[in-house]
Ligand binder design. Structure first.
Ligand code: PLP
Ligand code: COI
Length: 368
């Protein structure tokens, strides 16, 4: 059933004061504070999507036998709303998130939310809580977290017959507090994030749970993030725990700049930032392609000077340069540990489009 229910508005009678909200917006961090409202939409077998509401942000009451708590039938998305120079607000490519949410739902045997309902729910929340969208001019934004959980009570292992879709919002500063400072990467050769035929391409909590131990091990080795390799040969670079990767070749001594991102194998997430950069790079006159990149190639191309920069990209992290790379076999450094020129150019161009500081030739921004 794909009918889009109308969202019933039940605004909070007790939102945070302007002063409290402004104190939060002065230093939002990432995912620490939430706005005054949330959207909820129910799905029931035989009835479809119903009871769409925008209500005050509040805890959920969850039965201890709720199926999500036991079998993790859960999916989520992440997208941002930005304040534009004229004071209006736009979201970046919400339809692309809605489509990926549908792909995640299919893989997790959950009902697909219509694209227009997903976008309407995000629009309604941003509209209601627009005072929470940070001012134009910086990198701050309002991060939206749409998600869906199974909402049936019972311990039988099967797809649930009831679901709850929600959207919450959180003002966001830099994901890495160091700003555009390069992050260090641990190349994980024994822990894998996802396997062929598995759920790696879906944005579901289990993939993140699977990454936490490797992330803790990386931190113990002094690294900020883990880069995962393919689960079969343990040699092809896939992605980080919450970001895709890009490799920048050439761009020096008159050689054309070519940017390469690992091919979508089904075990990594098809990032919307990744997709946007394939197109933006071409607009900027670079060659851009998807290809398999092995760890040996990564290291040898860095050491022979052809691989000049590596960066990570994603909604939360935008574009973040990679500095030191450590693996069981040794350690090396990209771009002398400084943010590379191409990395910074792509970052600046992407942010300018997202925040409305520059024209959007691809129609990616969605005015709220
Ligand atoms: N890979 C993973 C595992 C992620 O969690 C994310 C973040 O959403 C990304 C890549 C980047 O995707 P996007 O650019 O759509 O945010
Ligand atoms: C995002 O970039 O939106 C993510 O979901 C990454 C992380 C916060 C899980």
């Amino acid at each position: 059933m794909t009918t889009t229910p109308t969202i019933e508005l039940k605004p909070s009678s007790n939102p945070l004061s302007d002063a409290e909200r402004e104190a939060i917006l002065a230093n939002p961090g990432f995912g620490r504070h939430f706005t005054d409202h949330m959207v909820t939409i129910k799905w029931t077998e035989g009835r479809g999507w119903h009871d769409a509401q925008l209500t005050p942000y509040a805890p959920l009451s969850v039965d201890p036998a709720n199926m999500t708590l036991h079998y993790a039938q859960e999916i989520f998305e992440g997208l941002k709303a930005y304040r534009r120079p004229d004071g209006s607000v736009s979201m970046f490519r919400p339809e692309a998130n809605a489509e990926r949410f549908q792909a995640s739902a299919r893989r997790l045997a959950m009902p697909e939310l219509p694209v227009e309902t997903f976008v309407a729910a995000c629009d309604a929340l941003v509209q209601q809580d627009q005072a929470w969208v940070p001012p134009h001019g910086g990198e701050e934004s309002l991060y939206l977290r749409p998600f869906m959980i199974a909402n049936e009570v019972g311990l039988g292992v099967r797809p649930a017959n009831e679901y709850l879709f929600l959207v919450i919002a959180s003002p966001a500063g830099a994901y890495f507090p160091g700003g555009v400072k390069p992050v260090s990467i641990w190349l994980s050769q024994d822990r894998v994030r996802a396997v062929p035929g598995g759920i790696g391409f879906a944005k579901t909590g289990g993939n993140y749970a699977a990454s936490l131990l490797a992330q803790a091990e990386a931190a113990a080795k002094g690294c900020d993030q883990v880069a995962y390799l393919d689960a079969v040969e343990h040699k092809w670079v896939e992605e980080l725990g919450g970001m895709n990767l890009y490799f920048v070749y050439g761009g020096r001594d008159g050689k054309p700049t070519r940017i390469v991102t690992p091919t979508l194998t089904g075990s990594l997430l098809a990032g919307i930032t990744r997709d946007s950069l394939l197109r933006l790079a071409r607009d900027l006159g670079y060659e851009a392609e998807e290809a398999r990149v092995s760890i040996d190639q990564w290291r040898s191309d860095t050491e022979n000077g052809t691989l000049t920069e590596v960066f990570a990209c994603g909604t939360a992290a935008v574009i973040t340069p990679v500095g030191t790379v450590k693996s069981a076999g040794g350690e090396w450094t990209q771009s002398g540990g400084e943010p590379g020129e191409v990395t910074l150019k792509l970052r600046e161009t992407l942010l300018a489009i997202q925040t409305g500081a520059q024209a959007d030739p691809h129609g990616w921004t969605h005015q709220v």
